[in-house]
Design a protein around this ligand. Structure first.
Ligand SMILES: O=C[C@H](O)[C@H](O)[C@H](O)COP(=O)(O)O
Length: 280
């Protein structure tokens, strides 16, 4: 498929997502990172009627997109403690049938997670290449943000978890060395076998805890997150937003933890249509 097909798919998905989930009177909106989010900002600019609206970026690139569109950015840490974002939009590198996502292809996963969890609803927008049944089908690796000093120990630990060749991500100019995130941390890209969803574990396709070489999405995310030196993992899984709040309220055993899954993902398809996946 040509570049223009991919870009048209991103724009179509962005327009539909904004039409369905952006309230023109919204006051605080989260804006993710990457190439697809540019089309979301374009569509929001056309739709917004509230001159006081503020946009919370997820990093340097995201902030530049907001500023270039003539919109007003506000830092995540200047939001009042109890203020929620009306909605947050973001791209994704791959999405599975349960709406679990891989993110961090552009190294912005940490702030993206903060913003996704702060939103009443988190919506993803992507092109058809990202729509898969399982994570690590087409996208090859899990991006992981780590403290620079911890790189050797995290690489070793990832191999123990079953990642064959985890690598420190370099800048595009190899001579300049490792790529630095907005937090001045590094990114490790870790390949694993295609991940299982919860239903796969229930139907016996694998244990999903790494013991038989298979990993279920959230179990792998938790295992990586527990490694010393890891700031954040580019797996967005687990209930998020009002669904999670409602479940937590009735969850006496406190087993429902806070996740980052989107409530909806809009995929721009190669034929110009837009496909929607929503939380079941
Ligand atoms: O770190 C980057 C982000 O997670 C992006 O949202 C993700 O990589 C998708 O980017 P794009 O819209 O350029 O495919």
């Amino acid at each position: 498929m040509s570049d223009t097909t991919v870009e048209a798919a991103k724009r179509a998905a962005a327009q539909q997502a904004v039409k369905d989930h952006f309230d023109p009177n919204a006051t605080n909106v989260g804006i993710g990172s990457g190439t697809t989010i540019v089309y979301v900002v374009e569509a929001i600019k056309q739709a917004s009627t509230n001159p006081a609206i503020r946009f919370v970026p997820t990093g340097y690139q995201s902030r530049q997109v907001i500023v270039k569109a003539g919109l007003t950015p506000i830092a995540f840490d200047s939001l009042a403690e109890d203020t929620l974002l009306d909605v947050a939009f973001d791209g994704a590198d791959e999405v599975d049938i349960d709406l679990n996502c891989i993110k961090g292809g552009g190294a912005c996963l940490f702030q993206e997670k903060l913003v996704a969890q702060r939103a009443r609803k988190f919506v993803c927008v992507a092109d058809y290449r990202k729509k898969q049944d399982r994570l690590l089908t087409n996208w090859p690796t899990i991006p992981i943000e780590v403290a620079p000093i911890s790189v050797p120990v995290v690489l070793r630990a990832l191999k123990t978890l079953g990642s064959t060749e985890p690598k420190l991500r370099n800048t595009l100019l190899e001579k300049s060395g490792p790529l630095k995130t907005d937090q001045d941390f590094f990114i490790i890209d870790a390949p694993f076998k295609t991940l299982l969803v919860k239903e796969d574990v229930e139907s016996g396709k694998g244990k999903g805890d790494g013991s038989d070489g298979t990993w279920e999405v959230t179990q792998l995310s938790d295992a990586i997150k527990s490694l010393t030196g890891v700031l954040e993992v580019g797996i967005f899984s687990g209930l998020n937003g009002p669904d999670a709040e409602a479940l937590r309220a009735t969850d006496s055993r406190k087993t429902v933890t806070s996740g980052q899954k989107p409530i909806a993902v809009y995929f721009g398809m190669a034929d110009g249509s837009v496909e929607l996946r929503t939380a079941q």
